[in-house]
Design a protein around this ligand. Structure first.
Ligand code: ZN
Length: 219
C-alpha cells in the first residue's frame, strides 16, 4: 500500500503535467476501440507490454481470463454486462482474450493445487481441461516443450473465445461492424506476447513480422 501512495506522489511530482491535456480530453468521454479480457494476475499489465495509455482499452479482468458461455452468464453478470456495454456504447472493433504463463487458475484446474474456496472452485469450472493425450496432441501451442499449465493457458484462450462467440451480441457485431476477436498469450518470464494465428493454426510470437501481419488484417 505504501508503494501505491508513494506512486501517486511520484506521479503528481513527475508525470501529471504531461497527462493534464490528455485527462482534460478524457473527461469528455472514452472511446476505446478494443476490449481486453485478461487474468487478474498482478503480473499481467497490458499497459506495460502493449504500451497503452489512459482511454485506450476497456478492460475485463478476472481469475483465469474466463468468459462463462452465454447460456450460463448468470454465473457472472459482470462479464456479460461489460461485453454488452463495450459493444453497444463504445466503438469496440476488436476483442482480445489474453492468457498468460504460470497462471494459478490453470494450475488449480489441472488439480495441481487443491482449491478449498467454494466460489473459486465453481468459477474455475469455466475452464475446460482436456485429457493429457489431447493436451499432448494439441498443435496450437507456441512451443511443444511448454509445461502442461502453460499449454492449458493457450488452449483456454481459444476455449474462452468459443464461449464469447455464444453471445448473440458478439455475432451481431461481427456481422454489422466487422468485430474481430484475437487470442493472445503473455509469457511472464520473457515479456513476449503471442497471438493465435488462424492461418498457421498455432500461437505465434508477435515480433516485427507477425506484428506486421496482424496490422495488415486490421482496419
Ligand atoms: Zn492467471
Amino acid at each position: 500500500m505504501k508503494k501505491l501512495v508513494n506512486g501517486i506522489l511520484e506521479f503528481r511530482r513527475n508525470h501529471l503535467i504531461g497527462y493534464r491535456e490528455k485527462y482534460a480530453h478524457l473527461k469528455l468521454g472514452q472511446s476505446p476501440d478494443a476490449l481486453f479480457i485478461g487474468c487478474s494476475d498482478s503480473r499481467v499489465m497490458p499497459n506495460v507490454f502493449a504500451s497503452t495509455n489512459p482511454g485506450d482499452l476497456f478492460v475485463i479482468r478476472n481469475v483465469g481470463n474466463l468468459i462463462p458461455p452465454h447460456c450460463d452468464y448468470a454465473r457472472n453478470y459482470s462479464v456479460a454486462a461489460a461485453i454488452e456495454f463495450s459493444l453497444t456504447q463504445l466503438p469496440t472493433r476488436d476483442i482480445i482474450v489474453c492468457g498468460h504463463s504460470e497462471c494459478g487458475a490453470m494450475r488449480a484446474a489441472l488439480g495441481a493445487e487443491k482449491v478449498e474456496m467454494a466460489n473459486l472452485r465453481e468459477w474455475l469450472e469455466n475452464i475446460y481441461c482436456p485429457s493429457e493425450h489431447e493436451m499432448d496432441a494439441s498443435q496450437i501451442v507456441s512451443d511443444p516443450s511448454l509445461s502442461c499449465e502453460n499449454r492449458l493457458s493457450q488452449l483456454n484462450v481459444l476455449r474462452q473465445i468459443e464461449h464469447l462467440k455464444t453471445y448473440p451480441i458478439i455475432q451481431e457485431t461481427i456481422e454489422n461492424r466487422g468485430l474481430q476477436i484475437h487470442g493472445w498469450y503473455f509469457d511472464i518470464a520473457t515479456g513476449d506476447v503471442y497471438a493465435f494465428d488462424e492461418e498457421v493454426g498455432c500461437f505465434v510470437l508477435i515480433d516485427e513480422e507477425e506484428g506486421g501481419r496482424i496490422l495488415s488484417t486490421l482496419e
